[in-house]
Write a protein that binds this ligand. Structure first.
Ligand code: ADP
Length: 174
């Protein structure tokens, strides 16, 4: 684990499984149909039970670069924020959409007065975003947000495996 404090807010990088992390809001790496999938999405729906998917079905979908909130079912969290990152295309749009997906979750956190939030590394699994490109975008968006007045006290980025953890550690040092 690696932590730093910015404007009184703790930013932590943690190696592990996001469903085992204690936070008011857990961010899901969702798809735009909110239909469920593998990776983080599969893990959250398995651990949280069917009520999360029922809420997703009612919402119906979410555009790329945005996020929607549901309750967290059997998970300890108050909310799941389902964020839709871009499918990596190698064009200039990727970075803006990835930053926007993180920012949408941070905006939901303020709206719901959330004190702690856990993010996975959005878009870097099935969606193919290279970790070394995604990590600085994720951290820059989070750090710029917590430099302003916020309800957040703790932001944790949960990295699944050494490669992801190292990419975020490297980006944090810049
Ligand atoms: P996307 O479709 O947005 O790429 P994925 O769920 O496929 O989403 O992967 C996003 C990132 O989350 C990848 O780096 C993947 O290794 C990681 N990941 C997969 N399962 C978990 C989990 N249970 N907890 C935290 N991170 C996970």
């Amino acid at each position: 684990m690696s932590t730093r404090t910015i404007n009184g807010v703790t930013l932590a990088l943690l190696k592990g499984n996001i469903v085992e992390v204690q936070a008011d809001a857990i961010v899901n790496a969702a798809n735009s149909g909110l239909r469920g999938g593998g990776g983080v999405d599969g893990a959250i729906h398995r651990a949280g039970g069917p009520t999360i998917m029922e809420e997703c079905r009612k919402i119906g979908g979410c555009p790329t670069g945005s996020a929607v909130a549901t309750s967290a079912g059997k998970l300890q969290a108050r909310y799941i924020f389902h964020a839709v990152g871009p499918i990596y295309s190698g064009t200039g749009e990727d970075a803006q959409l990835l930053a926007s997906a993180y920012q949408s979750c941070l905006d939901l956190a303020e709206h719901h007065r959330v004190q702690s939030i856990a993010f996975p590394s959005l878009s870097t699994g099935v969606y193919g975003y290279p970790l070394d490109e995604a990590a600085p975008i994720a951290l820059r968006t989070i750090i710029q947000h917590i430099q302003k007045p916020t309800s957040l006290q703790q932001v944790t980025v949960v990295l699944f495996g050494d490669e992801a953890f190292q990419a975020f550690e490297n980006a944090l040092e810049i």
